[in-house]
Design a protein around this ligand. Structure first.
Ligand SMILES: Nc1ncnc2c1ncn2[C@@H]1O[C@H](COP(=O)(O)OP(=O)(O)OP(=O)(O)O)[C@@H](O)[C@H]1O
Length: 262
């Protein structure tokens, strides 16, 4: 039985240029005899302003890695610095504080059904204390995502793709320095999906925002600066979109290769 332990390993010092800095990270679900390791010795540097796509087969650990970077789980083994803060060993309360600086775009959009699109986004603005400008900020973000004429609609009157875009507006309205996205375009048609990634691209270029995104959507690979491939909980490759696609096309045994032909 493997026992996760607090490590005395020395890690590289904090770096200003990195939004996320992961060193020798291991992660286990469960405890004791039922403990199952799902991430193995992950080391990864995400510089500020980069868009990084995380891909890999089902069950390879992508969502787990994303939730760890999002301070949504506590962890003990290795080093994981997010926006300058070491998450390993942090209390639950301190993890909540880190989360406030991160924009989450996850598949379950969790909108409040009794509130309009604008009010759902305004709730996020309220967390920053900007009450007087919340309606304007929400309206501007919804407009940027093509929902100017839907600001006063409730979720039940919106399509699945429109609801997803409201959730994205809520994640982005406070201009977070780090955005974590799990299949953000899965529920969107081609144009809406492209609008969303173009917007993320503009945010990263104009505001230096870092984006870590899990996706299987081959239509948006071109937006990435890097593609990281996770297999069985291990980093298998870290390459440019073109190099990644070529490596997949060159491997006739890789069933995922077809997905990545653009
Ligand atoms: N809460 C949990 N408890 C126990 N095991 C879990 C839990 N969540 C995920 N796992 C296991 O951890 C492994 C990694 O899961 P994860 O969801 O991170 O993979 P993934 O690459 O995101 O998969 P997918 O592409 O299907 O979403 C899988 O074997 C999964 O069964």
């Amino acid at each position: 039985m493997f026992k996760p332990q607090q490590t005395s390993q020395q890690f590289a010092p904090a770096r200003e240029d990195l939004a996320v800095h992961i060193q020798h990270l291991n992660y286990f679900f469960g405890a004791g005899d039922l403990s199952k390791q799902v991430l193995f010795d992950i080391s990864l540097e995400l510089p500020k302003g980069q868009i990084v796509i995380l891909t890999g087969p089902s069950g390879s650990g992508k969502t787990t890695l994303l939730t760890l970077a999002g301070a949504l789980r506590s962890l003990k083994d290795g080093s994981l610095r997010v926006l300058g803060k070491e998450l390993v060993g942090l209390s639950d309360r301190a993890l909540v504080g880190v989360r406030r600086n991160i924009g989450f775009i996850f598949q379950a959009h969790n909108l409040f059904e009794s509130l309009t699109a604008s009010q759902n986004v305004e709730m996020a603005v309220e967390l920053t204390g900007n009450f007087s400008s919340k309606r304007d900020q929400a309206g501007a973000m919804l407009s940027a995502l093509g929902l100017a004429d839907r600001v006063d609609y409730k979720p039940q009157s919106l399509s699945g793709g429109q609801k997803q875009r409201v959730a994205i507006a809520r994640a982005l309205v406070n201009h977070p320095k780090l955005i974590l996205a799990d299949e953000p375009t899965a529920a969107l048609d081609k144009k809406s999906g492209r609008d969303v990634v173009n917007y993320l691209h503009a945010l990263s270029r104009e505001e230096g925002c870092t984006v870590l995104m899990v996706t299987h959507d081959n239509r948006i690979l071109d937006v990435a600066d890097r593609i990281i491939n996770l297999v069985d909980g291990r980093l298998e490759s870290d390459s440019s979109p073109n190099a990644f696609i070529q490596s997949k096309q060159g491997d006739p045994t890789d069933v995922s290769a077809d997905m990545f032909i653009m």
